[in-house]
Design a protein around this ligand. Structure first.
Ligand code: PMP
Ligand code: GLU
Length: 398
């Protein structure tokens, strides 16, 4: 049969992070000694008491369909978390649980964007934002900032990017792939701009809230007048090492929760019943378990940053959160290996994959062609070996 693939799929890029990870696994299966620093996934296991809660929920019969926007006890626990940790008041009607934060993002985008609308995406961006926006038919407007600016666009640039068609802005903080955390001062400067444009929704992806080396996490929703026009995305994948559980959530205006709920009712229904019960336990008792994990990430950040900065010609910002470095490798573009010229980050990433057997993700997928992303969700010894291999491979370029 001739493939019937629709245009929208033909025009879509697969997730580069998942694709690189799959490629690394394939090379490993072929007998290569691979180091995979491509995937943004904690290398810790889900804490035992959370697993235990899921097992108990299964035994109690949490095996059926759930209400589309989430179990009432989980929506309540999420509201309590916002009050306790972020001093934000939400009612359960302002919260919707989804099958991963990825779905929370796509729910929102499909709920608000019409073809022809514009959405400002802070760039570098997480790989899936751009592809999801393209699927809606809306136009992504990229608001870029480079390594020297700590990947933080100026408020003036934000003002200039806004047009009468702008429906929303979208960013992650702590950021993937940059690790950049927007400070209260920065967010306040953005808020000042946004207050002059009252019909723009702020989509604030805070999935790395807990993996933050700053003393406190600040959300746009905490700033004056912003909560009613901000959609906070969060979830369980990163902070509680629950990537495979597929659980995320969004808190925002009730009209948006209703729209997302309608969308979700037709696409996936509510998230897994026993997983949601375990998520209640994670929110009630899980915070201490994240503290030591974050301390480990901070030490790895320090170690890897020192090693990366020691590579000749490589520039890196000082990331304050998440578990990625996003250095600028552009000084290596144009160099060659055995006559083969490496023109860009894609070429260099493939070279490091094939010759150093280290899997990373090219910055192209994140909208920044000079950079490559390294995930440091790996043990110290793996990181040390990876840097040894990368250093050696770069030395071989002429
Ligand atoms: N947002 C960002 C910035 C991410 O890095 C990820 C990747 N996990 C997600 C959302 C999606 O997370 P989830 O696993 O909950 O779908
Ligand atoms: N968000 C993680 C990453 O950026 C997991 C992979 C994905 O969902 O794309 O690597």
């Amino acid at each position: 049969m001739t493939p019937l693939t629709a245009q929208r799929i033909l025009q879509m890029q697969p997730s580069a992070t998942l694709a690189m990870s799959a490629l690394s696994r394939k090379l490993q299966a072929q007998g290569n000694d691979m180091i995979n620093l491509s995937l943004g996934e904690p290398d810790f296991d889900t804490p035992n008491f959370i697993k235990q809660a899921a097992k108990e929920a299964l035994d109690q019969g949490y095996t059926k369909y759930t209400p589309v926007p989430g179990l009432p006890e989980l929506r309540k626990a999420i509201c309590e978390k916002f009050l306790r940790e972020n001093q934000l008041i939400y009612t359960p009607e302002q919260v919707i649980v989804s099958n991963g934060a990825k779905q929370s993002v796509s729910n929102i985008l499909f709920s608000i964007l019409n073809p022809g609308d514009e959405i400002i995406i802070f760039t570098p961006y997480w790989v899936s934002y751009n592809e999801m926006v393209k699927l809606t038919g809306a136009t992504p407007v990229f608001l870029s900032a480079d390594v020297q600016a700590n990947y933080t666009p100026t408020p003036e640039a934000l003002e200039q990017a806004i047009t009468s068609r702008t429906k929303a802005i979208l960013y992650s903080s702590p950021g993937n792939p940059t690790g950049t955390v927007f400070s209260k001062v920065t967010l306040e400067a953005y808020a000042e701009v946004l207050r002059r444009h009252e019909n723009i929704l702020i989509i604030s992806d805070e999935i790395y809230e807990y993996i933050n080396f700053c003393p406190t996490h600040v959300s746009m929703a905490q700033l004056e007048g912003m909560q009613e026009r901000t959609a906070i995305i969060n979830g369980f994948s990163k902070g509680f090492a629950m990537t495979g559980w597929r659980l995320g959530y969004m808190a925002g205006p009730e009209w948006l929760v209703k729209a997302c709920s309608k969308m979700q009712s037709q696409i996936t229904s509510g998230a897994t019943a026993f997983g949601q019960k375990a998520a209640v336990t994670a929110l009630h008792r899980g915070r201490p378990s994240t503290i030591s994990m974050v301390e480990t990430f901070r030490k790895r950040r320090d170690y890897l940053l020192e090693k990366v900065k020691a590579l000749p010609g490589v520039r890196c910002n000082h990331p304050e959160g998440a578990f990625y470095l996003f250095p600028d490798f552009s000084s290596y573009f144009g160099k060659s290996f055995e006559g083969l010229v490496l023109s860009n980050a894609d070429d260099l990433t493939m070279y490091l994959l094939r010759h150093a057997h280290v899997a990373l993700v090219s910055g192209t997928a994140f909208g920044e062609e000079r950079c490559i992303r390294l995930s440091y969700a790996a043990s110290d010894s793996i990181l040390a070996e990876a840097m040894l291999r990368i250093g050696r491979a770069l030395e071989q370029l002429s």
